[in-house]
Structure formats: C-alpha cells, structure tokens
Design a protein around this ligand. Structure first.
Ligand code: PLP
Length: 433
C-alpha cells in the first residue's frame, strides 16, 4: 500500500513508513494513493459476515497484498475483538455504540489496530521502540490500553497535572509494565511541545527509537472505516437511505466514514455535528475555512478549533469543480451549545429511555435537525460510554447513573506517575537518566 503526503504528491511512502513515522517532513498528512471500490456483491451480502471478517475484507481492499493474508487476519482479530452495536432509539434514529472496548470510547478501535500493526512492522527489530504521546485526556487512555503488553514497544504518556478527570488519570497512570505516565506541571500545549522537541532531539535519538501515536496516524483512521460497514450491515435490509451523524473534533471519525463511502458503501449523507467549536460547520455554510482557538465545552473530546483531518477531507473532494461544492453534496454541518447538549441528554432519556453521553447527544440533535424525508434512517455515533462523562449526564438527568464495572475497578488501582516540570530540559534529563 502506497501513501502520498498532502503537501507534496511526489512524496510517496509505503504503509510501514507512514505508520512508524506519521509526520512527513513537508508537514502534510499521508493519504492512500488509491482507494479501490469493493465489489457490489460484498456490499449486498454484508449480512453474511461477522464484524472481524468484514473488517478483514475492507482492510485487505485498502492495503492490497502489502501484508500477507494470515498476518493481516491475525492483526484484525486481535484488534477488533469487541462489538459495534446499532441500537434503535426511534423509528428512524439509531445510535452506533462504539464504546465496548477497553477504554470505553471509539478511540479504542484506532489505538488497538495501530498497536498491532506497529508491533507487526517492528517484529524483527532488536531495538525497542518508544511511543511518545501527549494527551489532554481520552487519547492517552485508549493508547495505553492498546499498547499495554505489546512486545517491543514502550509507551511514555505526557499529561497535564490536575487537568484531566480522576477517571482519565487512572486510565493513564495505573497500568505499569510498558506504560509510563509523565505528569507535567503545565497545560496540554506544554505536553505537546515537549513531545515535538523530543522527536527532533539528537541526544535522545541516540538512546531511543521514537514513534508517535498521534491521531493523524493513518493506522488509526483505517480501522474506523470498518464500523461504518458493520453499522450498515445491521440496518440496510430495512432502509435504503442511510445517513451517519458524526460527533466531531479532529474529524478523524468522519474522514473514516468518507473512506468507507469511497470504498463503495452506499452512505446517503454525512452530518458533521460539533459543539461550539464550529470551524467545519462554518466552512460548509460560508465556503471560508477559518481555524480558531478552541473553546471549552461539556463535550470536551471535541474541543478542537483547527481540526487536523480537515486537509484529508479536502483532499478527498479535490476533484472536478469546486471542492466546497463537492464537500457540501455529501456533508451537512451542525453546531450546538452546552445548553442544547444538556437538554438533549435529558430529552433523549425522557423520550426513548436511552442514556447518551454529551458527544452522542450532539450527534442525535443533528439527526433530528436533518431528516430530509421519512425514509431516511439516521445513525449517530455514540463515541463514549455515558459513564465516562458521569458528572454531565447525572446533572442533566438529576439522576445517578452508575459507573460501569470496567471503569469502577480502574478507580481502585494505584496511580503511578513521574512528575516533571514543563521545562523541556527537565523532561530530557529524565529520559537520559
Ligand atoms: C475523540 C473523540 C471525539 C472526536 O472524534 P474526532 O475523530 O477527533 O472527530 C468525539 N467523541 C469522543 C468521546 C472522543 O473521544
């Protein structure tokens, strides 16, 4: 499988290079050179396949024979070992539960697949690879869970001290083994700056082989396309026009849906559902793309003012005619305030009995506001378990939903972190000592 950089189409690399070294020197993002369509017969007969089988077929379609069949099947069956379930809430609105993995958010799909793929590419190396990752909360938990005990790989997670929820902190700091948490006395931007400096530090390169688990890694995007097929499989015999509503921050999830469509999945339309960080909905409305600083909201995993995957979306629609018009044919944007999010959590529970997390609630509102005609079936992605955002959900419902067992048992684990100032030299000395 070959990929090119969005900033230089002559910069072509193979999948291994794109996965292990996700930042091209020209600062573009890697995109597949070729996105083949799957046979119509596969789409028509989706119901015959288990989730891991269809994931394998989709992966092989995109990756070609780059990885031998047996190895690819092994990677998929290890990574995709929990379900993606469609739950019907009303006659024509359903949600796709993506939170059945270890960290209870959809990022588990990407993180687990990336961990297995990296471990496969590194299987013959004698030197250990170190993954450096900065997190504002959720990504780090999925990455830690995905890479835990993966041979040949050590993970160093940097997170801002006191700036992540107690539950998120446990998801970062209670693993032991090959996962180390650095508690940085600063903000998320400090963590990110320190990771970037470490990547280009010659002294550190002598001691470490670094790689990144950043969300722009193509290995995180590929498996996210699998569950669009899986969701479609669960509803397509009832409805023909299927719309996906995607609660979005960095727009990786939505981009993966577009990849699925490009591979032949007949998705009728996409809704880009955001909180107050409405850079993409504004672009869809005005044609002007104006990234801006992010603002804090209740659905904090989507607090992104400059979505990193937007270039990939542009790239997919940079064909004949205006890119903006092309994109608008497939995607409609919606943005909602925190008050609307609270009300939605409450209304969904009152009207359907289903408890949504704040991110999913935003997806639900977009479904409600879109519904072009009654034959449409709108599926919104429920990106996290409501128990991960218990405070918001409980105050919206004036209720006490209980924290899921998987997360509860984590709260009892011991926190272990390495405390460090936000001065890069201090971090460097720790890594060299
Ligand atoms: C990361 C995340 C999102 C946003 O996904 P993108 O792919 O960055 O658009 C939405 N909801 C939850 C719960 C997340 O963790």
């Amino acid at each position: 499988m070959k990929l090119y950089s969005t900033n230089d189409k002559t910069n072509i690399v193979d999948l291994k290079e794109a996965v292990l070294n996700a930042f091209p020197k020209d600062r573009g993002l890697y995109m597949p050179c070729h996105i083949p369509a799957l046979p119509q017969s596969f789409i028509e007969n989706l119901y015959q396949y288990h989730f891991d089988e269809l994931s394998y077929i989709v992966a092989q379609n995109l990756m070609g024979d780059y990885i031998p069949e047996k190895d690819l099947y092994h990677i998929i069956s290890k990574a995709i070992n929990f379900p993606a379930l469609v739950v019907n809430l009303t006659e024509n609105i359903s949600c796709l539960e993506l939170f059945h993995g270890p960290s209870m958010a959809f990022k588990d799909f990407g993180a687990r697949f990336m961990a297995e793929l990296m471990s496969y590419f590194l299987r013959d190396e004698d030197r250990e690879t170190t993954i450096l990752v900065a997190t504002s909360g959720d990504t780090g938990g999925a990455v830690a869970a995905g890479f835990y005990n993966v041979p040949g790989i050590r993970v160093k997670i940097l997170y801002p001290s006191g700036k992540v929820s107690p539950l998120q902190e446990k998801q970062l700091t209670s693993w032991g083994g090959n996962i180390e948490a650095y508690e940085i006395e600063g903000v998320f931007d400090d963590c990110q700056r320190m990771v970037k400096e470490a990547f280009v530090d010659d002294d550190l390169q002598e001691k470490y082989t670094f790689s990144s688990a950043n969300s722009i890694n193509i290995a995180r995007l590929i498996p996210q396309s699998f569950y669009y097929f899986e969701a479609y499989k669960q509803v397509y015999q009832q409805d023909d026009k299927i719309v996906f509503s995607v609660p979005s921050g960095n727009f990786g999830n939505l981009t993966a849906g577009l990849l699925a469509k490009r591979m032949g999945l007949p998705i009728h339309h996409f809704l880009a559902a955001t909180n107050a960080n409405d850079t993409v909905p504004m672009y869809l409305k005005t044609g002007e793309y104006r990234p801006k600083p992010s603002v804090a909201t209740l659905s904090n995993a989507m607090d992104v003012g400059s979505p990193s995957n937007f270039v990939r979306i542009q790239e997919l629609y940079n064909q004949e005619g205006s890119t903006w018009n092309n994109i608008k044919k497939d995607i409609t944007g919606y943005s909602y305030s925190d008050n609307q999010t609270y009300s939605a959590v409450k209304d969904i529970s009152a009207n359907t009995g289903y408890i949504c997390d704040p991110h999913g609630a935003i997806g639900y509102m977009a479904c409600k506001d879109y519904q072009e005609s009654p034959v449409d079936h709108c599926i919104f992605l429920e990106t996290a378990h409501p128990g991960k955002f218990m405070d918001v959900v409980n105050s919206a419902l004036s209720d006490n939903i209980s924290i899921p067992d998987r997360l509860q048992s984590l709260m009892e684990n011991k926190k272990e972190s390495i405390i460090c100032s936000s001065n890069y030299q201090d971090f460097k000395s720790l890594l060299l000592s």
